[in-house]
Write a protein that binds this ligand. Structure first.
Ligand code: GDP
Ligand code: MG
Length: 177
């Protein structure tokens, strides 16, 4: 029978990881709802947001997971990573310590997910260029060494936010199709 319901074409799980307060929740709320919150509260209730996009005439759904603040206690569980085919590792360009921890997040991701997981390094808060502590050059170098793509974003002024999520999803699609 003819089936024009393309809603089940692809469903990709993508996880947001990175230190506390780097802007993970705001990146997701900016992408999914075009919202930004100056005063951040720990995410309550919502585990993930689903966003659709079209590639090659197919509907691709990305189920993007956000932590509920458990990264504060280094307690992101294996259930969070289970089945993920993509990850955004987020740091804050104005706090070097959050960049120094990227390697730890990468190790944890690699322990819990398939080797083919698509990873993007995301330097958030690029609106804070005047107090920048991480250069684009050092981040580019790390990304090259670890075979990740790299982008700088601002959840506050919306720079590159859609671009970051869509690039990851497109890359996953290329890997699986
Ligand atoms: P999370 O803990 O990684 O989920 O970080 P949140 O999304 O809760 O954000 C932590 C704090 O950083 C909040 O006060 C946000 O308003 C702020 N923040 C998030 N993204 C940006 C950004 O792109 N630029 C600036 N200047 N602040 C941001
Ligand atoms: Mg959060």
């Amino acid at each position: 029978a003819y089936n024009d319901d393309k809603s089940e074409d692809y469903l990709f799980k993508v996880v947001l990881i990175g230190d506390s307060a780097v802007g993970k929740s705001n990146l997701l709320s900016r992408y999914a709802r075009n919202e930004f919150n100056l005063n951040s509260k720990a995410t309550i209730g919502v585990e993930f947001q689903t966003q659709s996009m079209e590639i090659d005439g197919k509907e691709i759904k990305a189920q993007i997971w956000d932590t509920a603040g458990q990264e504060r206690f280094r307690a992101v569980t294996s259930a969070y990573y289970r089945g993920a085919v993509g990850a955004l590792i987020v740091y804050d360009i104005s706090r070097k310590g959050t960049f120094d921890n990227v390697g730890r997040w990468l190790d944890e991701l690699r322990v819990h997910s398939d080797a083919s997981v698509v990873v993007m390094l995301v330097g958030n808060k690029c609106d804070l260029d005047n107090i920048r502590e991480v250069s684009q050059e050092e981040a580019t170098l790390l990304a090259q060494n670890e075979k990740m793509s790299f982008i700088e974003t601002s959840a506050m002024d919306a720079t590159n936010v859609t671009n970051a999520f869509q690039s990851v999803v497109k890359e996953i699609y290329r890997v699986v199709s």
